[in-house]
Design a protein around this ligand. Structure first.
Ligand code: ADP
Length: 225
């Protein structure tokens, strides 16, 4: 059996205390293997962002264990958490409005590779082709549509050859057709590259592309299909 890309084991995160205590994650466990693309769906406030922050080594939980690509993340200092993010994790954000506006698409990927100090086995040109954007390589974000920016955001997240791809509401700013295209692309890339993908979303329309679907309610995770 291969090493899971992500293990959450009995993870708890709480905010506040006493009567105002909120269990953002309440004994959450999940295992995601290389090449799987899974969804976490749930209403606003159910804990999805907190789950991504824990899985993404951005915060450490109050209790429980987190392993990324076989490395125990729990209890790591900030510098080590940064190394885990750099070496193992790619992030795709809601609208990819965070692409630097001055950079052409191919330079967005080049910058990401230099910041990470590493590259996966695919070249930047191959990544642009994989997301259907080779013909837009010389374009800056302002001249791209929302769906095209999201494709660049996906290619950029894959530059370092991550083990784990964390995806936050990727269809929030897209129409129905683009939403389907983007989530199908994410699923295909995870399957093809052997990357473990975790997508949090409200959008039940697109979960058909996911290998498994978890539901999140009040900080508790339950397995769907
Ligand atoms: P979602 O992403 O599903 O909307 P969140 O993970 O953002 O849910 O939030 C889960 C719960 O934790 C909510 O009740 C939210 O109000 C609370 N919460 C999240 N972050 C904080 C924080 N920094 N301080 C206090 N409460 C928080």
């Amino acid at each position: 059996m291969t090493t899971p890309a992500l293990v959450l084991d009995d993870v708890r995160v709480s905010y506040g205390d006493g009567d105002s205590e909120v269990h953002a994650l309440d004994r959450v466990s999940m295992t995601v293997h290389p090449g799987e693309f899974i969804a976490v769906v749930g209403p606003s406030g159910s804990g999805k962002s907190t789950l991504l922050a824990v899985a993404g080594a951005l915060t450490t939980p109050d209790a429980g264990h987190v392993r990324v690509a076989g490395e125990e993340v729990t209890g790591m200092a900030d510098a080590e958490l940064a190394r885990i993010r750099r070496e193992h994790i790619g992030f795709v954000f809601q609208s990819s409005g965070n692409l630097p506006s001055a950079l052409r698409a191919r330079d967005q990927l080049e910058l990401a590779a230099r910041v990470l100090g590493r590259r996966g086995r695919r070249s930047n040109d191959e990544l642009l082709a994989a997301v259907g954007m080779q013909h837009r390589a010389g374009h800056r974000p302002a001249t791209l549509s929302g769906g095209e920016r999201q494709r660049i955001g996906i290619a950029r997240a894959l530059v370092g050859g991550p083990d784990l791809l964390l995806v936050d509401e990727p269809t929030a700013a897209l129409d129905r057709q683009r939403s389907h295209e983007i989530v199908r692309l994410l699923a295909d890339e995870c399957h093809e590259l052997g990357v473990a993908g975790v997508m949090v979303t409200h959008d039940l329309e697109v979960i058909e592309y996911c290998d498994r679907v978890y539901q999140m309610v009040d900080g508790r995770l339950t397995a769907g299909d």
